[in-house]
Design a protein around this ligand. Structure first.
Ligand code: CP
Ligand code: NVA
Length: 326
């Protein structure tokens, strides 16, 4: 068991394989405890408060964090740019210093990943990435938990991402730090490749662990033999002005049963961080309850964000359930 108290959570790459397994174990444990008694007799974060900076909209991240932190006994405080000075009337370093005195941790959803770096440099309390233009590590944790619940393990799964390679979900998946979680294939159109530095790090890890990392322009190649097919919006928040061009560029990258699903493994499943638009996946997959894990995936955001906050704020907690083998 590692003591993660006081650590920032900016990307999964900052966490070792066993620390990520610990975060997933905690999430599974909290989910099971909640199923037993809604965590009514367990308030490990009583007296703690969480600042929640949101520069962009959010349904899942906001609601899972607010309700989850409250369930653990703590008090979340939601701060939109309309509510706090945040870079407009007060610098980010000053905001970080002030919030550090009021809050025990700060979760921030920002446009530029650099803003998170600045917050973390000047904060004396943990900063948790609630999504940046570069990474969305909380979502990948939830995706791992969901895949584990579906397959009973993560070992050697083939993940195929079809769509925008240059976005926070692809980078977070490449940056996952859990190489045994398997092989990654990314199919994206020209001009939408993942960040070369993130790819280089991911290649290094795959070499070390003997897993496969494939970047291709061909969605059919990516999904061939896949266990999990993942996509995301073609127009991420902050890219709205490029919508028209992007929808043209992503023609042929919609996830659909033919040929996409036809090439995957018989028990393939579909995941999407949401919110979803029709252009990236057809309704017959998205709403197919046998294939699509999107609803449990979204609900798992709650247990995974609770796990991260509990681990970075409390060094006394130990799961009641036995350690799963991921
Ligand atoms: N998946 C996700 O982060 O959703 P929100 O934008 O609703 O938080
Ligand atoms: N890539 C998407 C993820 C939303 C949760 C975005 O940044 O808008």
């Amino acid at each position: 068991w590692s003591n993660l108290k006081g650590r920032h959570f900016l990307t999964l790459r900052d966490y070792s394989e066993s620390e990520i397994a610990q975060l997933l174990w905690t999430a599974k444990d909290l989910k099971a405890r909640h199923a037993q008694d809604r965590l009514l007799s367990y308030r490990p974060l009583e007296g703690h408060s969480l600042g929640m900076i949101f520069e962009k909209r959010s349904t899942r991240t906001r609601v899972s964090t607010e309700t989850g932190f409250f369930l653990l006994g703590g008090q979340p405080v939601f701060l939109s740019p309309q509510d706090v000075h945040l870079g407009t009337n007060e610098s980010l370093p000053d905001t970080a210093k002030v919030l550090s005195g009021f809050c025990d941790a700060v979760l921030a959803r920002v446009y530029a990943h650099d803003s998170l770096m600045t917050l973390s440099e000047h904060s004396s309390v943990p900063i948790v990435n609630g999504l940046s233009d570069q990474y969305h590590p909380l979502q990948v944790l939830a995706d791992f938990l969901t895949a584990y619940e579906n397959f009973g393990h993560l070992n050697g799964l083939v993940w195929a991402f079809v769509g925008d390679g240059d976005n926070n979900m692809t980078h977070a998946l490449l940056d996952d730090g859990l190489p045994q979680a398997g092989h990654i294939r990314i199919a994206s159109p020209a001009g939408y490749d993942p960040n070369p530095a993130v790819v280089q790090d991911a290649r290094e890890l795959s070499r070390q662990y003997g897993t496969q990392l494939v970047l291709t322009r061909d969605p059919a190649e990516a999904v061939r033999g896949a266990d999990v097919i993942v996509t995301d919006t073609f127009v991420s928040m902050g890219r709205e002005a490029e919508k028209e061009r992007r929808l043209k560029d992503f023609k042929g990258f919609q996830v659909k049963l033919q040929p996409g699903g036809a090439h995957a493994k018989p028990r393939w499943v579909f995941m999407h961080c949401l919110p979803r638009k029709q252009e990236e996946v057809t309704d017959d997959i998205f709403y197919d309850s046998k294939r699509s894990l999107v609803w449990p995936e979204s609900h798992n955001r709650k247990w995974t964000v609770m796990s991260v906050l509990l681990n970075v704020l409390n060094d006394q907690y130990r799961p009641a359930c036995p350690m799963p083998s991921f």
